[in-house]
Structures are given as structure tokens and as C-alpha cells.
Design a protein. Structure first.
Lengths: 403, 83
């Protein structure tokens, strides 16, 4: 398990299991029709889980990141789209509770996320920019205490269903591309025009279509901290850790099916097929490695980040959380490697199950799982990560791989 | 030393204005410095000043302004070379 079983769970007992069961029941239809997983998301709302990370004082569950990652994993076993939407929502909530609670507007937003189970989406990518989150063309246009923003986002996951968006933009009209802010845009504060459709081989229920967004609102909706800080301290680490939860969940379910397949085969032959079992062992080892890296960093994150709650935390250097350039490289390598490990594990599961795994549908099918896990190496592109992280590793001098 | 630093910034930092126009306490990240570019800047500073940046100085605080960079360079140079 990714979370400490000794820790008192703040959510209702069995909440995520119930929501995952609903998500699982509709996973094939969501994938087949590339539709929003409404049933799974509604089940999460019914359990209050969209407010899980909001501090208890503001009406949420005050969950740790490890608990949320464990929830992402359980949901990933059931339906990758539901899990990824849940993860992406929690990433935005993490930014709100980590950087916004000093202001009245964002404190009220946190209460509403918990109380009304608002679904929050992200608008970071931009037409003309590609996958570089730390660069924007569009700019916040200020006029006294009001602002307007016009942005073309090519990929806004669940954009049609979200209640509120956190969008990146240049801080003002003369700001360079990397001088960005994060601004909260409620759905009723913007006009959205659809660009294109989402028809991909996997993660089909995330409905990641593009939109042109024309927004206006109050200056209070702009998070005061530079987006560079929000990204480095919260958005990137939380993204990589929660995506890792989703991906290990997808891989775990695929391997569970492979194990079940081998057990069924063994009954027929009164012996476990040797080759398949060896392959299963190697594959389980892959996700154990992924889990171990996630668990260490989740524990260090929770030891050093309160996510807006009154949990006791220690300074980052004392809690094992990497600082400076090492934070970027550690979290980038984590994402890069977990994405690859989970893909390899699902592929192994398919090789164990053979035709039963390759088929769509059926108790041992892992076709959807393989299509879904392939997205992991593309969001953010693993090649981009390697190109930027490699030089950043060369610049560091700390000893490598010490226990 | 500060002039040498400003030359390095012009050559490696990718800022939106010439280094000669940047104030001592002006935020370089607001002028377009990215964390990826800080690696190139750092390596050029190490090469140009014959110093080594320890990992604990590899953070945004060190690279935030011309002033903070000069402070780090002087500290690493150690012998109080005149600016």
C-alpha cells in the first residue's frame, strides 16, 4: 500500500473502494465511447473525495499526498480515465491549498471545492507553445482590479465538465514568456469555444479537447506567487507523484489479471505454467520498484509539506525532500522512470495472458490497460524530460545513490 | 568581476534586456531566466571565474539577481577579489 495503514484515515471508511467499483463498472463503455466517466466522478463527489485534500478546517478531509496517491492507484485499477481526472483535479487543489490560503478569495474557493465538490481543471498548454508548461504566449490584461485573459489551450482535459480552471499566462502584457502567473477562472467567468475532438488510443475518457478561453474576473483570482514557484514547489512534484499513483494502479490491475489467468490455467493443468509465472515475477518486480520510489518521495513530501493543513512538518532539508536543482531532477526522473516501468509491466501482463490479454473485453483482457499506460511516456514527453534533466544532473555534485 | 558576470548573462541567460541595463536587485526570472538556463549560466560562471558551485547554492535564491549571483561568486572566490 502506498499510504501508512497506521495513519487514521480522514475519509469515510471504504470511500475510494466504493467509488472505484462504480468507475470499474463503466470503464469499458467510457473507453469505447471516449466519453467523460460521469458515473465514477459522481461517485467520487458522493464520497466527498474531490475535497479530500482540502484541510479539515475548511470542510475537506485534510488528506496527505500519500493518501491521495493511494486513492489514485485504487481508481487506476478500476478506470484510468476516472483516476487521471481525479489526479489532475487534486493537482490543482494542491496549488490552491499550498499557495492560495493566505487570501480570502482562494480560502473561499477551497471551502467550495470541499462543500460543493467542484471539479477543477488545468489550462497550462497553449497553441504555439507545445509542451513547455513554463512558457506562455497569452498575458493577463489588467484594468484596475479587473483582468481579462484570452488563451488557446489545445489540450484541456475534461474541459467541458470542469467547474473551474487554473490557467497559466504571462503576468502582464510586457512580461517575458517565462514570467507567469496562475489564475483561477470559474466556468461562469469565461466563454469557451471547442477546438477539435479527443480521439486517442488511450485515456479516452479524459476528453482532452482544445478550447479557446475568453475569461474575465477579479484580480483576487490571480495567485500572487510567481508560477515558477508554484510549479517547482507544488504543481510538478504533486503531478509526478499522483500520476505515478494512477500509472501503478493501471499496471497493478493488468498484473492482477495476468496472475488470475495463470491461476486459471494451473487449475486445468494441475501446475502453474513456469514461463508465464517467471514473467509475472519480473513484471511485479517492475511495479514494486516504481512503488518504492513513489513511497519514499510521498513520505518525504508529506513530512515537509502541510498542504494548507495544521499538520506538523519539518524543513525540507530535514525531511528528505530534495532542494534546489535536485528537486527538479529527482521528480523528473521519477516521472520518466515510473512511466516506463509501468508500461513494461503492462506489456509483460499481455505476454503472460496471450490472446486472452490481447482481446478486447473478457476477464483477462489488458488491451485497454496497455493503451492507457502508453500515455504515461507522453504526458509530459519523456524525451523532453531526458533532454532537460540530463544537463541538470551534470551540474550537480552530490554523491549518487547513497542509502 | 561584475562586468564579467554581465557578459556571461548576455551570452548564456537568454534575458529580454541587455545585462548592462539590469539593476543589481532586479529579478532575473521576471526578465526571462528559466531554471534550465540557470544550468548554462552556472557552468559559464564556473568556467569564467574558476570556481565550483556546491549543490546547496543551486537554487532560485542564488540566481535571482545580479546582486545575489555576485554574492555567491565572491563567497566562492574566497580571497575577496575586488569587484
Amino acid at each position: 500500500m502506498l499510504h501508512d495503514p497506521g495513519r487514521l484515515t480522514t475519509a469515510k471508511e471504504g470511500a475510494v473502494a466504493r467509488a472505484a467499483a462504480v468507475a470499474a463498472a463503466h470503464a469499458e463503455a467510457v473507453d469505447r465511447d471516449a466519453r467523460f466517466p460521469a458515473e465514477g466522478i459522481d461517485a467520487l463527489k458522493a464520497e466527498g473525495l474531490l475535497g479530500a485534500m482540502v484541510p479539515r478546517a475548511l470542510g475537506g478531509h485534510g488528506a496527505t499526498l500519500a493518501e491521495i496517491a493511494g486513492q489514485c492507484q485504487r481508481l487506476g485499477e478500476a478506470c484510468a480515465a476516472t483516476a487521471m481526472i481525479f489526479a489532475m483535479h487534486q493537482i490543482q487543489v494542491a496549488c490552491v491549498v499550498s499557495h492560495g490560503l493566505g487570501t480570502a478569495w482562494f480560502e473561499a474557493l477551497a471551502r467550495r471545492i470541499a462543500g460543493d465538490q467542484l471539479l477543477v481543471a488545468s489550462i497550462t498548454s497553449e497553441v504555439g507553445i507545445g509542451g513547455d508548461m513554463r512558457s506562455s504566449l497569452c498575458a493577463i490584461e489588467r484594468s484596475g482590479e479587473r483582468f481579462t485573459l484570452s488563451k488557446q489551450g489545445p489540450t484541456i482535459s475534461y474541459g467541458a465538465e470542469a467547474d473551474l480552471f487554473l490557467a497559466t499566462a504571462r503576468a502582464h502584457g510586457d512580461a517575458p514568456a517565462s514570467d507567469q502567473r496562475l489564475v483561477a477562472i470559474p466556468r461562469d467567468g469565461c466563454r469557451m469555444s471547442l477546438i477539435g475532438e479527443w480521439n486517442a488510443m488511450g485515456m479516452r475518457g479524459t476528453c482532452s479537447t482544445g478550447f479557446v478561453v475568453e475569461a474575465e474576473g477579479d484580480a483576487a483570482q490571480i495567485l500572487p506567487a510567481p508560477f515558477a514557484e508554484i510549479a517547482a514547489e507544488t504543481m510538478t512534484p504533486v503531478s509526478h507523484l499522483l500520476w505515478g499513483g494512477v500509472w501503478t494502479g493501471i499496471a497493478a490491475e493488468a498484473l492482477t489479471r495476468a496472475r488470475r489467468f495463470l491461476r486459471a490455467k494451473a487449475r486445468g493443468q494441475a501446475a502453474v505454467p513456469g514461463a508465464g509465472a517467471s514473467r509475472l515475477m519480473a513484471a511485479i518486480g517492475l511495479i514494486e520498484s516504481a512503488q518504492a520510489r513513489l513511497a519514499v518521495l510521498l513520505a518525504a513530501f508529506d513530512a515537509t509539506h502541510a498542504l494548507g493543513s495544521d499538520r506538523a512538518i519539518v524543513p525540507t532539508e530535514d525531511g528528505g525532500w530534495p532542494v534546489g536543482l535536485a528537486c527538479a531532477t529527482t521528480l523528473n526522473m521519477l516521472k520518466h522512470d515510473v512511466a516506463t516501468l509501468c508500461h513494461q509491466a503492462v506489456l509483460e501482463a499481455m505476454l503472460v495472458c496471450g490472446m486472452a490479454g490481447y482481446r478486447n473485453g473478457g476477464a483477462h483482457s489488458v488491451a485497454r490497460h496497455l493503451r492507457d499506460i502508453l500515455s504515461a511516456q507522453l504526458m509530459i514527453g519523456n524525451d523532453r524530460i531526458a533532454a532537460t534533466t540530463g544537463p541538470m544532473l551534470v551540474a550537480q555534485r552530490a554523491p549518487l545513490g547513497r542509502l | 568581476m561584475e562586468q564579467q558576470l554581465r557578459t556571461i548573462l548576455d551570452e548564456t541567460a537568454g534575458l529580454s534586456v541587455p545585462a548592462s541595463e539590469i539593476g543589481e536587485d532586479q529579478d532575473l526570472f521576471a526578465l526571462g531566466l528559466t531554471s534550465f538556463a540557470t544550468v548554462t549560466v552556472m557552468l559559464a560562471i564556473e568556467d569564467g571565474f574558476d570556481i565550483e558551485f556546491p549543490d546547496q547554492l543551486l537554487n532560485r535564491t542564488t540566481f535571482r539577481t545580479v546582486g545575489t549571483l555576485m554574492g555567491a561568486i565572491r563567497e566562492l572566490h574566497g580571497d575577496g577579489l575586488a569587484a
